[in-house]
Ligand binder design. Structure first.
Ligand code: AMP
Length: 191
């Protein structure tokens, strides 16, 4: 099993690149953002709980997010590995992920962060907001709030994974193909 966390600010290309990594290494892709959006459009109880947070660009509370993630892993156990996209986003999530994975004899092998500066991300997100119905991409204040959430709650995970020798920063600027190549080269050096 090879389990990857893909990590980065909103708009850094996590979802796009997770799809390429998933195909290449036969991983099971879990995007907590996609799971929330699916629950919101299906108007499930979880979706109703999560909606107001996504609408504002706030993080959904840990208890809700962790449970959803664990259920998704437990429902998809016969896989070659997981790619966690957008999870963990807080220290509590990272710690609970470790405990949970070790309870099923798994671990995170690598955490890969896509590095892109905020000005470039704003341009990308506003562009994405024009072609999707993601309201959190259509409003500069919401975008800035998502950066704040990242800077205040998520960026500390760099140190958490770095101390374990599992943190890898990849340049997230340039063409999609160039970034994919950088990621494949990195993963080849790790497996
Ligand atoms: P994303 O698609 O990864 O940009 O996530 C969209 C939104 O879903 C975020 O702004 C949060 O509101 C919520 N979300 C996704 N993943 C998490 C997480 N790990 N913890 C808390 N909230 C999350």
């Amino acid at each position: 099993m090879f389990n990857i966390v893909i990590f980065g600010k909103p708009g850094s290309g996590k979802g796009t690149q997770a799809n390429f990594l998933k195909e290449k290494y036969s991983l099971y892709h879990i995007s907590t953002g996609d799971l929330f959006r699916k629950n919101i459009s299906n108007e499930t109880k979880l979706g109703i709980q999560a909606k107001s947070y996504l609408d504002k660009g706030d993080l959904v509370p840990d208890s809700v997010t962790i449970k959803m993630l664990e259920n998704e892993v437990l429902s998809n156990k016969k896989v070659k590995g997981y790619i966690f996209d957008g999870f963990p986003r807080t220290l509590a999530q990272a710690e609970s992920l470790e405990t949970f994975l070790s309870s099923i004899k798994l671990k995170i092998n690598a955490t890969i962060a896509l590095d892109v500066d905020e000005n470039e991300l704003i341009t990308r997100l506003i562009d994405r907001g024009k072609t999707t119905n993601r309201t959190d991409d259509q409003d500069l204040e919401k975008i800035k709030n998502r950066f704040n959430e990242y800077n205040n709650k998520t960026s500390i995970l760099i140190n958490f994974y770095d101390k374990q020798g599992k943190f890898h920063l990849v340049d997230g600027k340039g063409s999609v193909d160039d970034i994919t190549l950088r990621l494949f080269n990195l993963v080849e050096s790790l497996i």
